[in-house]
Ligand binder design. Sequence first.
Ligand code: MRU
Length: 370
Amino acid sequence: MENALNLDTVRLADNKKEIVILDQTLLPNQCKYLSIKEAGDIWEAIYSLRVRGAPAIGVTGGYAYYVLADQIETEDKQEFIKKCTEMMEYINSSRPTAVNLSWALNRMHDVMLNEIHNMSISQLKVRLMEEADAIRQEDIQISRNIGEYGFKLLDELGKGVGIMTHCNAGTLATAKYGTALAPMYIALEHGWDPKNDMHVYCDETRPLLQGARLSAYEMQAAGIDTYVQCDNMASYTMKEGKVGIIFVGCDRVAANGDFANKIGTSGVAIIAKHYGIPFYVCAPSSTIDMTLESGDEIHIEQRKGEEVTEMWYEERMAPEGVGVVNPAFDVTDHSLVTGIITEKGIAYAPFKESFEAMGIKPVEKYVDKK
Ligand code: MRU
């Protein structure tokens, strides 16, 4: 089993014309890379979760902007701006909840608008490639920092700690290390014994099984003592006293600390509060959307019902024609959150003040306007 840290979730191809992504829909059974460069294929790869996880979608957004801008054949700067704007709106429409996609597209667009009058279109294309590479490199460093802060919490709890996580916020969801799984990778670097010093409980994460297929794969491939549990078993494991801390990722955090993450996260937080288990959210600061006052303003992606009724089964497991509820994310109330681990430090309530003290501000948006 390949150590997931050796897998590139998303990168620019050596020919600098295509994006190479690891097709996560095939994991854990197959490790297959796809090279894509058409707008429709990039849109489909994000929508279908071939590449997924908020930071990885952001990195893909940066490369998508560059690769598609590179294909625009014009020397007319107004025409170039118009085509870039249309292209970024299209890519942004693939998934609405994770802020990282629009964040990366907005950052690329900002560079384009700031530089277009200082250089030729061909020079600008090189500049855009550098910016997209910078987003990827920064993501690796951000994830490492989150991992270091998270590891300090593990260290305080002591060796032998049980850790619960939901969905996949590991290296596969980022350029490297992950957010919620980064503390475990960092613990290994600090010499923790993977079999005895930590025990990781991965919620299966219905309906798309990111916990079973991806988190369990990553943790097991790293040699860590790992358990998969159906989502409705989380309460049992907590009551048994097996869980010392919970780390989850997030797709968008509002200024007050409410946050959206994979469907089922808010239930885990409610149960954790009941049993007095510390519940931490791991969030690159780019995931904190200071333009939203509370989680009520977060747009929740709704996905097709077949993911619940048919996918993974040999035959349908619900009657034809039945209604299906399939929100991809839920919003957890900030009152259930112990702390939000960012690359700049750990934010505590009141979260807005804590974010502001870290220098996190609202960002200019060209897409993702409300
Ligand atoms: O639908 P997905 O698989 O993209 O959802 C992913 C999650 O909810 C992750 O927890 C989140 O994006 C954080 S990834 C570091």
